[in-house]
Design a protein. Structure first.
Lengths: 152, 128
């Protein structure tokens, strides 16, 4: 991710599954450089994985090298990652997703990605801006390594 | 027994009647299909005993969890068993959030997984 020495950076992804790993690595590196703990950076990167994967799988985007835009921003409060695409309007925050429970016979295929996203970061925001979906994932700074987000 | 390379370079090794899969790196949208392609045929065998060893896995996303879930469903349907082992802290956290310990048995390491499935497999493990 090109950050030009400032606390912002950007990345464009093609609408292909193999691009997910590139996004995850870039977000993790940015978050670590911005001072998040490894646990918080990992969780944020994983949440971005889920967001990008959801777009690739369900947004109905045409193939293209700039199908998904990622913007990273860091300040005193933490790190925010905006994931934008021009697919069908979709707000993951409005999806009714049941908390996972039960054994394999009780589980369904859908909804797990959104559940993970919601539990890996401190805040999620969504906006529809013209023809763009814009999902913002925020991870707060932690004073010390204290395990996964939400943990002790 | 020397490990046989699986699809996409994934190791697959047997210890007596237990089959061990060893994916590496990320298990995400892109890399889940090869794992699923190896896992499901094994899990669909009647009475299967399968371990997915996560020692070489850095993280798993919901795509990978779905493959494990499908494997667990298949194994349950054929009276087989599927376990995972050697989860790193990141993967363990994903399992915790997803309550995936209710979907597949989680063991600390491969010897423990083999011992849970088959005395013969435990004996076949080097040093076991």
């Amino acid at each position: 991710m090109n950050d030009g020495g400032s606390r912002t950076a950007g990345l464009t992804l093609a609408n292909r599954p193999e691009e997910v790993g590139r996004a995850v690595a870039a977000v993790r590196d940015f978050a670590l450089a911005a001072g998040l703990t490894p646990e918080a950076a990992n969780a944020l990167a994983l949440a971005v994985d889920e967001a990008v994967s959801n777009i690739i799988c369900h947004a109905g985007l045409a193939g293209g090298e700039d199908a998904i835009h990622i913007e990273a921003m860091a300040d005193e409060a933490g790190v925010a990652i905006a994931v934008a695409d021009r697919g069908a309007a979709f707000n993951p925050l409005e999806q009714a997703v049941a908390a996972p429970r039960g054994g394999p016979e009780e589980r369904t295929v859908g909804g797990l990605g959104i559940h993970l996203m919601r539990n890996l970061v401190d805040r999620l925001d969504y906006r529809r801006e013209g023809e763009w979906n814009r999902l913002i994932l925020r991870q707060d700074r932690r004073k010390a390594a204290c395990g996964a987000p939400g943990g002790p | 027994m020397a490990p046989a390379p699986g699809a996409e370079g994934m190791e697959q090794q047997s210890f007596a009647d237990v089959m061990v899969l060893r994916p590496t790196g990320r298990i995400d949208l892109d890399t889940t299909p090869p794992l699923q392609a190896r896992l499901l045929p094994l899990a669909e065998q009647p009475g299967c005993k399968v371990v997915v060893d996560f020692a070489g896995v850095s993280y798993i996303s919901s795509s990978g969890l779905r493959a494990l879930m499908l494997g667990a469903k298949a194994a349950k349907g054929t009276s087989g068993k599927l376990l995972v082992c050697n989860l790193n802290p990141t993967v363990a956290e994903i399992f915790r959030i997803s309550r995936f310990n209710l979907v597949v048995g989680v063991m600390p390491d491969l010897p423990a997984a083999l011992a849970a499935l088959s005395p013969a497999a435990a004996a076949a493990y080097p040093g076991g």
